[in-house]
Design a protein around this ligand. Sequence first.
Ligand SMILES: [Zn+2]
Ligand SMILES: [Zn+2]
Length: 128
Amino acid sequence: MSEQNQQPRNTRQRTAIRDAIERSDRPLGPQELLEISRTDVPSISLATVYRNINALLEEGEIIKVELPGQPALYESAGLKHHHHFHCEVCGKTFDIEGCPGNLKPLLPKGFRLTGHEITLYGVCAACG
Ligand SMILES: [Zn+2]
Ligand SMILES: [Zn+2]
């Protein structure tokens, strides 16, 4: 296959994965991204999904969401500050709005805060 023939297919794969991440209201894992992007690009493989995830990470279009003990998930880099809720029944991770805000009082004396991540655990509405 020539470079020219391959280019549109690669672009379509990349676009399918980026769109799936952008349209989602929660961070997605590679297997979910495979299933969603298959509706646009039926021939897509898990290896291709991983390759495009890495490319989108490098381009700064998506970021990795890492919860302790969980496989990495991916979300749009452009989202405003938010936190996550992890359902212990279905294993999905959801975006939650809002932030408790001022966490500086928790710091030991002399420590400087540069950022925070908050994950709530529980049971989602669908599993409840
Ligand atoms: Zn659930
Ligand atoms: Zn926050």
